[in-house]
Design a protein around this ligand. Structure first.
Ligand SMILES: Cc1cc2nc3c(=O)[nH]c(=O)nc-3n(C[C@H](O)[C@H](O)[C@H](O)COP(=O)(O)O)c2cc1C
Length: 183
């Protein structure tokens, strides 16, 4: 059975922390060790039929990367390498970090860019998440009234992080596993 691949971008380590929590909750049998996207290749991603991808929010709803002031290369620096790859048939669940109080007008907005990137390369994106329990003015990451992936505010609501991951994984895990098993 193929494992679920977990990749993340990060600048100050919080998205890595959340990726590790996701990995821990899934367990080593089901998931591969999370890897920073700035050390990964498109071939590595293509090696999985089920993926969990995470991003922090930086810039004005941009894909985070050095161009928007990140100290480390991130998704925006990786994205051009995807040119020519086809993610059709792959199930992809997304998670995004943000800070709702400080960035209320663009909460977790970078998540929509990650969605658009992989949707554009043919991935079947799963794992929408309710906007209930957050307080913000606007987020680009909402489609049809739901976030396009799990949203974690580990600065403002760290007490909810583990529970949110657990609930979200209970929804996406069967879909991801069924994909990984079929591989
Ligand atoms: C310069 C800067 C810009 C940010 N912009 C946003 C933003 O637009 N929207 C948002 O929800 N959070 C924003 N944040 C909060 C980060 O996304 C959040 O703290 C995240 O957990 C950082 O993840 P990382 O530690 O993996 O880099 C910003 C933080 C900084 C320092």
């Amino acid at each position: 059975m193929g494992k679920i691949g977990i990749f993340f971008g990060t600048d100050t380590g919080t998205t890595r922390l959340v990726a590790k929590k996701i990995y821990k909750q899934l367990g080593d049998d089901l998931a591969a060790k999370p890897k920073n996207i700035n050390r990964a290749s498109p071939e590595e991603l293509m090696g999985y039929d089920a993926l969990i991808l995470g991003t922090p929010s930086y810039g004005v709803g941009d894909l985070p990367g050095t161009a928007v002031g990140c100290m480390e290369p991130n998704w925006a620096d990786f994205a051009p390498q995807l040119d020519g790859y086809d993610f059709s048939g792959k199930k992809v669940a997304l998670f995004g970090l943000g800070h709702q109080e400080r960035y209320a007008s663009r909460f977790a907005s970078s998540l929509i860019k990650l969605y658009q990137l992989f949707y554009g390369y043919g991935a079947d994106i799963i794992g929408r998440w309710s906007i209930d329990g957050y307080e913000f003015e606007h987020s680009d990451a909402i489609m049809d009234g739901q976030f396009v992936g799990l949203v974690i505010d580990h600065r403002g609501q760290s007490f909810l992080t583990d529970e949110r991951i657990e609930t979200w994984l209970s929804q996406v895990k069967p879909l991801l596993l069924c994909q990984a098993e079929a591989a």
